[in-house]
Design a protein around this ligand. Sequence first.
Ligand code: ADP
Ligand code: MG
Length: 306
Amino acid sequence: MSAEWFKADRAIMGTSIHVELWHSDKTTAENAIKHVFTEMRRIDALMSPFKKESELSLINHQATKQPLKISNELFNLIQQALKFSELSNGAFDITFASVGRLYDYRKKITPTAKELSENLNKINYKNIRLNKKNKTIFFTRAGTRIDLGGIAKGHAVDSAIRIVQQLGIKQAMISAGGDTRIMGDKNGRPWYVGIRHPRKKNASAVILPLSQTAISTSGDYERFFIKNNVRHHHIIKPGTGDSARELRSVSILGPNSTTTDALSTTVFILGLEAGMKLVASLTDIEAIIIDNNGQMHYSTGLQPAK
Ligand code: ADP
Ligand code: MG
């Protein structure tokens, strides 16, 4: 009997969700796919900065007033986000949104010099206080805003993988935009995952044979506009409140999507040298970086054998 593969796509969380999985039973497979989309919608409703009633919006409105009790799920994810801030000396910082919210990539709006000077000092992950016992969050500085755009999609993919696994699926690929997780292989063969060419539409810079892994890519071509010859995109350097411009694309390979999502954003901000140094210091993490000249760089674990 030939293998039964099932595929589906949906637009959720402002991105495209792709699910591909195998099961001998059609009903089980279709049910699993349905659950994936339901899970993505649930997480979007919880973490979207654009939905006024999301828990994230509630935090942004209330956590500067007094400690706010939040769900375990958001508490744990924010805790993980802070871990990546510590690891990168603040390159990854969810309070980037204190300035990041002043950009509008569709309307080509950047913050004014005045807005920038008034809000830049509100970017500091150390102003986030989590109380483990009470599961509360508190911002010690008024005007602090957080956004989980650099880690939430990875979390959603991990959560969806866990769900299909519980339904008896052993081989699957789930992706949310640039975050992909692969469970198992493709019946003895690898999956082929392309890293987008940062400057050529619909072209791949490289295609990787992968199984049982997660891969996330952060690029300066995802959400951007060009004004006066300057590319303004959605990955923000906490020190300047401006886009990070040393690299065009960073792909991270690792054991789960929450980690690879956060690290692709982190390494993008750190740049080639500091980014590769961080990657080398972590176990089970590899990177493919495309720099500003279009040059590709591979971390030590990915370099072809000589
Ligand atoms: P996407 O898959 O949306 O392109 P990335 O993984 O490349 O996401 O991360 C970009 C997102 O990360 C931005 O849209 C923003 O929400 C968030 N972000 C931007 N700058 C930072 C930062 N310094 N620290 C943490 N998150 C950030
Ligand atoms: Mg990311």
